[in-house]
Design a protein around this ligand. Structure first.
Ligand code: ADP
Ligand code: ZN
Length: 817
């Protein structure tokens, strides 16, 4: 008797045993996918992780359906890593498997497929079976995988569908299909024949009788001398020479100039992409050397480099170094920072050795990268991606970079696995003896603590590239401004003046406001009633643009009422303020200027974010209003002013990381100002100008922030001194939940002997009609976390066996962020 042990892509902690023939037993390798029946009628794509001859004791092993691969598509190191994630983050191995694989590699019989809309399909290239599926999709827009079984009249259809996905004929149906063409800008350069000195006199001869054109050419020389090899756009030349684009075009026709098009964000570096020689500044070189030295002794180094210190360039040099070793390199970034801007910067250096892995990419693209990494292909020697790139099938990993390591989006919240990509990356690197570089202008307290303790190497880079000074920060006391009537809407006189000045110099402005939407609440002025979401315990948010009230938790929305639901009063007022309202006020204040907005509402879709960034970079927008998104490592060279509309709503979050996060966000947002030659300016409006955190931001005092927070963390028992495990219990029945969470809390505190807090009602205590209670467990560093988790698991098993609590959902979040 022969068996294969598999992981199913379901929230199941166990692996399952299926029976196979002797031939299959010898054919199957660990890491191959196998279609297996499960439950009454389902077929799933499972993953083989072991082969053996031990009959399962508790159930009759079913036969597998079909072997899907000829070679493993998952490596043994990956399986080991996934098992570590499941155990450390207390989730099912099936959850990790499901979260790790592109869904096109996880077909089920319920999966919906449809024809790729924009693809050209050469029918002669399709096999008979493939053609039948293709034809069926001409009749109906989508099919279930199990329908294909009927169409082809055979059981084994997964590989055929997979082939069609690989051939770009099919896509999984739930995918957005979007294409985005980055904006191209017209540039010119001198034709090759005139580049030498003798060429120049020849050129002047050619233009002897065309004075205006000669002038244009001379202006071109001035510009290129002044900008030192930077590309020169047609627009720039027309402006500087006070000519017209027709005159420039005449020169192109005469073959004096050549025209070329570049994507806006590639330009800054090169103009001509290939011949860039990146020279590190002295400070960068010193940091680079210290990192290399650090790696002699340490597995992990932390690069603490102020905003715009040129960390990316140091990464590039390090990548260049590691490329020579032939190893694979993983560059992790927060999702939102993974823009075309950065990707093209890297592609400019490493050409087609760079592959990008992004959750907004479609399945076909993701499967392609998966396969390239699996084959250790040159085309994916450098993988840049958001946190899920961590799950790719590396076999030869040599170096990992985690940029913006403090970003909370590295921690996955929902669904499981609730892993932290930075920490999971360090573990992954350990399997390969690969080195890890963490980078940030505002490191997380945890990482900085590890560096201070000598666990990580620490490299400090305190100067900005080109010795541009850090922005000057001016605090505006809102209380005083309101009192003295110096406010127009939400703008102080100081901020308005600073904006006017920047704009008059042709510079751009960024305004940061922490909330999206127009105004969070609609309040009845007669009875005080505020409309609430029907399914969640939150007030609805007013969105002026759509004239509706929305729930930010579940998406529920209603048209803006004209009368109060409670007292039918008609005096309804909007309270608070968000990005949309700031934008409206700006239109009043600066009617001539173009105002953009960047928040979750304006950046939907695969390239929504890129589009806005591009138009800001192309200077089509003068003032950009935005949320946190603005803080994610963007590089704009013409922004001289950053305004923080209200610092206080960040500070007063009920969260032990609130001050750390406020500091990070403000420093990062401020860092967008004055990245090119000129020192930038930041105006922070606040009711608490003397608050420690605000003072630390003003003085760019990371050390002060760190010291203060560390002290608090110790006193109040938080990371890095304690590890936090948070349990969220959810149920529709309020009383049952209350009782169940009390039971669980009491048993946990009796058995754990470490601080257990709760059960608490979170600030939002009902979402989608489920009530929520939380319990927080704090594990000190001298107590084994593995032991604690074992005990918790045991107690959860007993909890589950209490009949009246069985229906209560328990969500575990280890290292809760
Ligand atoms: P950080 O990521 O540290 O905020 P960046 O890597 O974005 O900083 O660098 C800031 C700016 O300085 C970018 O516009 C970048 O092009 C420029 N820069 C940094 N280092 C160099 C270098 N060695 N040569 C040329 N330009 C550089
Ligand atoms: Zn809701």
């Amino acid at each position: 008797m022969y068996f294969v042990e598999v992981i199913l892509p379901l929230a199941l902690a166990k692996t399952f045993t299926y029976s196979v023939s002797e031939a299959e037993y010898h054919y199957i390798q660990k890491g191959m996918r196998i279609a297996v029946p499960f439950g009454k009628s389902k077929i799933y794509t499972a993953l083989a992780i072991d082969l053996h001859q031990n009959k399962p004791a508790l159930y009759e092993a079913k036969e597998i359906h079909q072997i899907l691969d000829e070679m493993p598509v998952v490596t043994e190191n990956q399986i080991k890593h996934w098992q570590w994630i499941a155990s450390y983050y207390m989730c099912a191995i099936g959850d990790v498997y499901r979260g790790a694989m592109p869904s096109a590699l996880l077909l089920e019989n319920e999966t919906l497929i449809s024809q790729k809309s924009d693809a050209f399909i050469d029918e002669s290239q399709l096999t008979d079976d493939e053609f039948l599926i293709f034809q069926a999709l001409q009749q109906q827009s989508s099919l279930k995988v199990q329908d294909v079984v009927g169409i082809l009249n055979k059981k084994s259809v997964f590989p055929i569908i997979q082939k069609l996905i690989d051939k770009n004929v099919l896509v999984l149906q739930d995918e957005v299909q979007e294409v985005y063409k980055p904006k191209l800008v017209r540039y010119i350069r001198l034709s090759e024949q005139y580049k030498s000195d003798s060429g120049l006199s020849e050129l002047l001869e050619v233009l002897k009788n065309a004075n205006k054109q000669k002038e244009v050419v001379l202006t071109y020389f001035q510009l290129s001398a002044a900008s030192n090899k930077k590309a020169i756009s047609v627009k720039e030349l027309v402006e500087a020479s006070q000519s017209t684009s027709a005159q420039v075009k005449a020169l192109i026709d005469k073959q004096v100039f050549e025209e070329y098009l570049l994507q806006e964000d590639r330009v800054k570096f090169t103009g001509e992409i290939n011949d860039t020689l990146l020279q590190l500044s002295e400070a960068q070189q010193k940091a680079f050397d210290e990192i290399k030295n650090g790696f002699i002794e340490k597995e992990v180094c932390l690069l603490h480099g102020v905003t715009s210190s040129g960390k990316t360039e140091i990464y590039i040099k390090l990548i260049e170094d590691y490329l020579k070793t032939g190893k694979q390199i993983l560059f992790l970034l927060p999702e939102i920072a993974l823009t075309t801007q950065l990707v093209s910067r890297l592609q400019a250096y490493f050409g087609n050795k760079v592959a990008v892995f992004h959750s907004k990419y479609n399945n076909n693209e993701r499967v392609e990268v998966w396969n390239q990494v699996l084959q250790n292909s040159e085309k994916a020697q450098v993988v840049i991606g958001a946190r899920s790139a961590l799950f790719l099938p590396f076999s030869n990993l040599g170096f990992v970079i985690v940029d913006e390591e403090h970003e909370q989006t590295f921690k996955q919240q929902d669904p499981a696995p609730r892993y932290h990509a930075r920490d999971a990356a360090i573990v992954l690197a350990g399997f390969f003896n690969a080195k890890v570089l963490l980078g940030s202008a505002t490191p997380s307290i945890e990482s900085y603590y590890n560096a201070q303790n000598g666990k990580y190497g620490l490299i400090e880079l305190k100067t900005r590239y080109g010795n541009v000074r850090l922005p000057e920060i001016e605090l505006v006391d809102l209380k005083d401004k309101y009192f003295r009537k110096r406010m127009t809407g939400h703008f102080s006189d100081v901020l308005i003046e600073a904006i006017s000045e920047a704009l008059s110099l042709g510079e751009q402005v960024i305004l940061f406001q922490n909330r999206r939407g127009y105004s969070p609440l609609l309040e009845c002025m007669t009875c005080g009633h505020v409309p609430q979401c029907q399914q969640c315990d939150v007030s609805l948010t007013y969105h002026k643009h759509r004239n509706e009230l929305r729930c930010h938790y579940c998406g529920y929305s209603i048209a803006k009422p004209t009368r109060c639901h409670s007292c039918s009063g008609i005096d309804l007022s909007t309270k608070g303020f968000g990005t949309e309202q700031i934008q409206q006020e700006l239109v009043q204040l600066f009617p001539e200027k173009k105002i953009g907005r960047m928040d979750q509402d304006t950046t939907r879709g695969k390239f929504g974010f890129e589009k806005i960034i591009d138009s800001f970079k192309n200077r089509e927008i003068d003032i950009m209003v935005g949320t946190q998104m603005l803080a994610k490592g963007l590089d704009f060279d013409n922004v001289s002013l950053v305004g923080i509309m209200n610092a206080d709503n960040m500070l007063y979050h009920p969260d032990f990381r609130a001050f750390e996060r406020s500091f990070q966000t403000m420093i990062q947002v401020a860092g967008r100002a004055g990245r090119a030659e000129k020192q930038g300016k930041v105006v922070i409006q606040t009711y608490n100008p003397h608050h420690n955190t605000i003072q630390q931001v003003t003085n760019n005092d990371y050390a002060g922030m760190y010291k203060e927070q560390l002290y608090d963390r110790q006193i109040y028992k938080y990371p890095p001194y304690f590890r936090i495990i948070k349990l969220s219990l959810k149920h529709r029945d309020f009383e049952k939940l209350k009782e169940g969470s009390m039971w669980l809390y009491q048993v946990l505190s009796q058995h754990l002997g470490i601080p257990v807090l709760g059960p608490e009602e979170p600030p939002v205590n009902r979402i989608r009609n489920e009530y929520i209670r939380t319990i927080m467990i704090k594990n000190p560093h001298n107590v084994s976390i593995m032991g604690t988790k074992k005990t918790i698991q045991k107690i959860l098993n007993s909890f589950d066996s209490v009949a009246q609590y069985r229906m209560i959902k328990v969500v575990l979040n280890v290292d809760f962020y």
